[in-house]
Design a protein around this ligand. Structure first.
Ligand SMILES: O=C(O)C1=C[C@@H](OP(=O)(O)O)[C@@H](O)[C@H](O)C1
Ligand SMILES: C=C(OP(=O)(O)O)C(=O)O
Length: 408
C-alpha cells in the first residue's frame, strides 16, 4: 500500500495515546514466561510484541518471529533453557541476514545446544533446550545490546545466576540498563560495574505483581519531529510518559530543544510545544550510540528544517530492519538533500529546496515510513509499503490524521 500524504498542517493542539514500549513489553513477556505471577499493563500493541506473545504461548516446534529482532534474540536464550524441548527459531528473509553468532557462542559457552540450519552465525536456529551448567561468560559488546539483554533476562533462572564480562565499547547501553531496571523491579539482584554484569539466581516464585509499561519513546519521536516542523505554538500531548524513564530514547526531550521543541511533564503525560524558530545557521552534532532508533527521525527533522547535521555512533544501523544508513542516503537524496554516510556516521548539509511528490521506499523498515511522514508538513510526499509501521506502531497513520495530516 502506497500512501499519498498531501501538504498538511498540524492542529494547534491535539492529544495522542501511544501504547507501551515494545522493548519493555518484550522483556516483560520473557520474564512473565519465567515468573508467571507477573502481570503487565499498558503493554505494546506492536507486531513485535504480538509475535513474542504468540511464540511464548506456542507449543509448536517451529517458531517464526518475522522481523522482530528482540524476539529473535530473547527467545534464543529463552528456548535454550527449556529443558527437553526442541525448537526451530526462524524469521523473515532480513532476519536471516541479521547476525546472532555472538549470542549463540555465549549461550554455547554456558552449556547450550544450538546449531545453525542455514548460514553459520545467522537464523534459523535449532535449539535443544537443556540446563545450562556454567555461569560465567564474556562477549563482544559493540555489535548489539540485544545479545546482552537476552542473557540477562534468563540469568536469574540459572542455578548460579550469571557473571557476564563485556568486551569492547558497549553499544546501546540504555537498553542494557532497561533490562537491569526491570530485573530490579521484580526483585532480581544485579550489579553493573565497569564491564562486568552480575545477576543473582532467583528460582523461587515471585509474589504476584503488576508492572505498568511506560509508553514508547521511539514512537514519540515522530511527534517530536512533527512539532519541530510545525508553526510556533503547536502543541501535542502524549499520554503515559514520565521524566524518569527506562527508555534511552527519552533523550528526545533534550535533543529536540535544539529544534525548538520544549517538553513539559505533568503527572503521567508529556506535552511537546514548538517554542521557537530555529536559525538556519545552526548545526546539530550528536552521538547516537545510546539511541540508535531515533537517528532516522532526527536526520529527517534536520532536513525538513533546512539545518545541517552530523550524526555519529551509528554503527548498529547497518544490521537493523534494513541498512538504515544506505536507506537514509537513498531517500533523502531523492528529496534533494546533500547527504553522505560512512559505516557509522551521517553528514547532512543544508539543501536548497525539498522536492515534491517523491515516492519514499521503506525497505520493510517501519522507521523509514514513520521518519519521512512528517515531511508532509513541508511538501506532498508518497510513502510506499506504508503498512510496515505495524512492526512497532500499528496506529501510526490513524494518529497522524488525528493531528491534522491529510492522507489518501
Ligand atoms: O533491546 C532492545 O529492546 C533494543 C535494542 C536496540 O538494538 P541494538 O542493541 O542492536 O542497537 C534497539 O535498536 C532496538 O530497537 C531495541
Ligand atoms: C531495530 C529495531 O528493532 P529490532 O532490532 O527489535 O528488530 C527497531 O525497532 O528500530
Amino acid at each position: 500500500m502506497t500512501l499519498h500524504l498531501q501538504k498538511s498542517y498540524t492542529k494547534a493542539s491535539s492529544k495522542i495515546a501511544i501504547t507501551g514500549s515494545k522493548s519493555e513489553a518484550n522483556r516483560l513477556l520473557i520474564l512473565q514466561a519465567l515468573y508467571p505471577n507477573i502481570k503487565i499493563e499498558n503493554s505494546s500493541n506492536s507486531d513485535d510484541s504480538s509475535l513474542m506473545q504468540k511464540a511464548l504461548a506456542s507449543d509448536e516446534q517451529l517458531i517464526d518471529i518475522h522481523h522482530a529482532g528482540t524476539a529473535m534474540r530473547f527467545l534464543t536464550a529463552y528456548f535454550s533453557i527449556q529443558e527437553g524441548r526442541d525448537t526451530i527459531l526462524t524469521g523473515s528473509p532480513r532476519m536471516k541476514e541479521r547476525p546472532i553468532g555472538i549470542l549463540v557462542d555465549a549461550l554455547i559457552a554456558l552449556g547450550a545446544d544450538i546449531s545453525y540450519l542455514e548460514n553459520d552465525g545467522f537464523p534459523p536456529l535449532k535449539i535443544r533446550g537443556r540446563k545450562l551448567a556454567k555461569h560465567k561468560v564474556r562477549l563482544e559488546a559493540n555489535v548489539s545490546s540485544q545479545y546482552i539483554s537476552a542473557l540477562l533476562l534468563i540469568a536469574s533462572s540459572l542455578e548460579n545466576g550469571l557473571e557476564l564480562t563485556l568486551d569492547g565499547k558497549i553499544t546501546s547501553v540504555p537498553y542494557i540498563k532497561m533490562t537491569l531496571g526491570l530485573l530490579d523491579q521484580i526483585g532480581v539482584e544485579n550489579s553493573f560495574e565497569g564491564n562486568v554484569i552480575t545477576i543473582d539466581p532467583k528460582q523461587e516464585e515471585l509474589k504476584p505483581q503488576t508492572l505498568v509499561v511506560e509508553s514508547d519513546w521511539s514512537s514519540a519521536s515522530y511527534f517530536y519531529s512533527i512539532v519541530a516542523l510545525s508553526e510556533v505554538g503547536t502543541k501535542i500531548e502524549l499520554s503515559s510518559y514520565k521524566k524518569d524513564s527506562l527508555q534511552g530514547d527519552s533523550a528526545l526531550a533534550k535533543i529536540y530543544k535544539q529544534f525548538g521543541v520544549e517538553t513539559s511533564y505533568s503527572e503521567n503525560n508529556i506535552t511537546l510545544s514548538k517554542s521557537s524558530i530555529v536559525s538556519q545557521d545552526s548545526k546539530i552534532s550528536l552521538d547516537l550510540s545510546n539511541a540508535p532508533d531515533i537517528a532516522q527521525t532526527i536526520s529527517v527533522t534536520a532536513f525538513g528544517l533546512g539545518i545541517s547535521c552530523h550524526l555519529t555512533g551509528l554503527h548498529t544501523l547497518k544490521i537493523k530492519e534494513t541498512d538504515r544508513l544506505v536507506a537514509l542516503q537513498n531517500e533523502l537524496s531523492k528529496l534533494g538533500a546533500n547527504i553522505s554516510v560512512t559505516n557509522d556516521a551521517l553528514v547532512l548539509d543544508v539543501a536548497d529546496a525539498i522536492n515534491s511528490e517523491i515516492e519514499i521506499e521503506t525497505y520493510k523498515d517501519h522507521r523509514m515510513a514513520m521518519a519521512f511522514a512528517p515531511l508532509a508538513l513541508k511538501t506532498s510526499i508518497l510513502i510506499k509499503e506504508a503498512d510496515v509501521v505495524s512492526k512497532s506502531y500499528p496506529d501510526f497513520w490513524k494518529d497522524l490524521v488525528h493531528v491534522g495530516f491529510q492522507i489518501k
